[in-house]
Ligand binder design. Structure first.
Ligand SMILES: NC(=O)c1ccc[n+]([C@@H]2O[C@H](COP(=O)([O-])OP(=O)(O)OC[C@H]3O[C@@H](n4cnc5c(N)ncnc54)[C@H](OP(=O)(O)O)[C@@H]3O)[C@@H](O)[C@H]2O)c1
Length: 294
């Protein structure tokens, strides 16, 4: 009987997904890039939104922008300044936010950082920061907010990356953290089902955001060669794909066709994918030698 109850709860949370006017979305990393684009989409659908990030000015700026979209009087917009990797701050501030702004129906974990470079050029502290923010930060917000969401039904979306299912040249530290996000999400998906919470993981390709601008400053030439000439996706397109995936109750949400192809190829033909990547890397290294950069 309890099983049947949970199935009904899951169906309920899926079927009511398109009515956002009574929903509250918490978005870590909501002041910029993909998180902010998701906030815009939720506000356009009349959901209330709570943005979580560190920098207060950027949060206020994002809130002002969202207010201008919410001309119909809806929705409620709140901002919380905290470091998601700091469990003490998360434990202190998020329950207070729940008291003031309500229990999340949707929790998006978008807070993240990336520093690509050759393995030996990634400072140890940068590696620790990436794991702390991208992986442990995701754990932290879920650990504090999930108990409030329990048995009410809801969605948790963790943002990983294509580099979260395919180890990518130049992304040792980032890939390590983002593989962790997929592992966490996969295990959690089965566990939280019994509480009516649907867990998804979003794996965007290169997306046009401030983070990508920063990444391009330190990306090795081989990494650039692997990306080829493909244009980054817009954060708006990624946000829309995320919402479509949520509404279909998908676990793995991969925006864009090339990411989906890489995912399938990686699962079906792992050796072939490694061979193709190695070939691209060697070609880039030959070019570097020719231009005597090595
Ligand atoms: N852009 C891409 O190409 C791409 C591709 C695949 C996956 N992703 C992933 O998508 C997510 C969003 O990336 P984005 O490109 O939109 O990045 P972004 O524009 O740089 O935004 C990152 C957001 O995370 C917040 N943040 C960073 N560290 C934080 C911390 N310790 N505590 C709380 N908030 C923190 C930032 O605000 P503060 O700095 O003020 O805290 C900002 O709001 C990340 O997880 C990223 O790894 C991005």
């Amino acid at each position: 009987m309890p099983q049947l109850l949970n199935v009904t709860q899951n169906l309920k949370s899926k079927s009511s997904m398109k009515d956002y006017s009574t929903k509250i979305a918490y978005i870590t990393g909501g002041s910029s890039g993909i998180g902010l684009s998701l906030a815009r989409e939720f506000v356009r659908r009349r959901a209330s939104v709570v943005l979580v990030a560190r920098d207060k000015d950027r949060l206020e700026h994002a809130r002002n922008e969202l207010e201008s979209l919410a001309s119909h009087g809806y929705p409620n917009l709140s901002v919380v300044s905290l470091d998601i990797s700091n469990i003490d701050q998360v434990r202190e501030m998020l329950p207070k936010t729940v008291e003031l702004s309500g229990v999340p129906d949707i929790l998006v974990n978008s807070a993240g950082i990336a520093y690509p470079n050759y393995f030996e050029r990634i400072p140890y502290e940068r590696f620790i920061d990436m794991v702390n923010i991208n992986l442990i930060g995701t754990w932290n917000s879920i650990a504090v907010l999930e108990p409030f969401m329990r048995n009410r039904g809801g969605n948790i979306v963790n943002i990983s990356s294509i580099a979260g299912f395919i180890g990518t040249f130049g992304y040792t530290a980032y890939s390590a953290s983002k593989f962790g996000v997929i592992g966490l999400s996969e295990a959690l998906r089965g566990e939280l089902k019994r509480y009516g919470i649907c867990v998804s993981v979003l794996c965007p390709p290169d997306t046009d955001t401030p983070q990508l601008v920063e990444e391009n400053k330190t990306k090795p030439a081989e990494t650039k060669a692997l990306s080829g000439k493909s244009k980054p996706m817009s954060s708006e397109a990624v946000a829309k794909a995320c919402i479509r995936g949520l509404e279909k109750g998908k676990f793995m949400i991969i925006p864009g066709s090339s990411g989906k192809m890489i995912y399938m190829a990686r699962r079906l033909f792992p050796s072939l994918v490694n061979w193709m990547m190695d070939r691209e890397v060697q070609r880039a290294q030959r070019d570097l030698k020719k231009n005597s950069i090595y």
